[in-house]
Design a protein around this ligand. Structure first.
Ligand code: PEP
Length: 249
């Protein structure tokens, strides 16, 4: 971990019922979470209100997506204003499942980030290469293109956390090695330094996501440029998520 405050997000994706979420919240409320870590969970939209009214304020809440602009006649969408209204502080944007299953492109995601930030919603900005891109030696090129799309739309990085999530590691049980992750995190920081500013490069947290669990988090957290995690599957288990939150110490 680097000098920024460690950040651990739990992305619950499209999982859960009122009952299972009530159990997860009570496990989180009962868990010991290190003070010096930002902890955020992203429930499905329909359960945000339930989570907001039952989860300790120690843990902040994120949306898993948001509409690209002001709400209105956009059937099935959720606006940044609505996320703020129900108590979210964060939104995850550019998650690989939205990019590659739903078909969101770089430009659309960049615009979403700009709009969310304009409404004072902080952004977890996801980037990451697919397996064939890694195998073709295009990891940096793909990540930099995705970063550039964010950079082209937003004017401040203060409320942005970058999540490097190699697509081949998400939900596959195939975690990046600490060195593989560290290598990309360094490259991302270097890109920020050259293309934004040295200040933004050192202040922006770059977190890793992709099959992080209670057993592999400690080794990853030792890497100097890994400033936290975005966790999918393992965030659905309260005690294991707490282990990941506490892995920095
Ligand atoms: C994610 O969806 O952001 C993620 C990292 O998932 P998992 O931890 O299940 O690989």
């Amino acid at each position: 971990a680097g000098s920024g405050k460690f950040f651990v997000g739990g992305n619950w994706k499209c999982n859960g019922t009122k009952d299972s979420i009530s159990k997860l919240v009570s496990d989180l409320n009962g868990a010991t979470l290190e003070n010096d870590v930002d902890v955020v969970v992203a429930p499905p939209f329909v359960y945000i209100d339930q989570v907001k009214s039952s989860l300790t304020d120690r843990v902040e809440i994120s949306g898993q997506n948001a509409w690209v602009g002001k709400g209105g006649a956009f059937t099935g969408e959720i606006s940044a204003e609505q996320l703020i209204d129900v108590g979210c502080k964060w939104v995850i944007l550019g998650h690989s499942e939205r990019r590659h299953i739903i078909g969101e492109d770089n430009e659309f995601i960049g615009k979403k980030a700009a709009y969310a930030l304009s409404q004072n919603l902080k952004v977890i900005a996801c980037i990451g290469e697919k397996l064939e891109e890694r195998e073709a030696g295009k990891t940096f090129e793909v990540c930099f293109q995705q970063l550039k799309a964010f950079a082209d739309s937003i004017s401040s990085w203060t409320d942005v956390v970058i999540a490097y999530e190699p697509v081949w590691a998400i939900g596959t049980g195939k975690v990046a090695t600490p060195l593989q992750a560290q290598e990309v995190h360094v490259a991302v920081r270097d890109w920020l330094k050259k293309n934004i500013s040295p200040e933004v490069a050192s202040a922006t947290r770059i977190i890793y996501g992709g099959s992080v669990n209670g057993s592999n988090c400690a080794e990853l957290a030792k890497q100097e440029d890994i400033d936290g995690f975005l966790v999918g599957g393992a965030s659905l288990k309260g005690p294991e998520f707490a282990t990941i939150v506490n892995s920095v110490t």
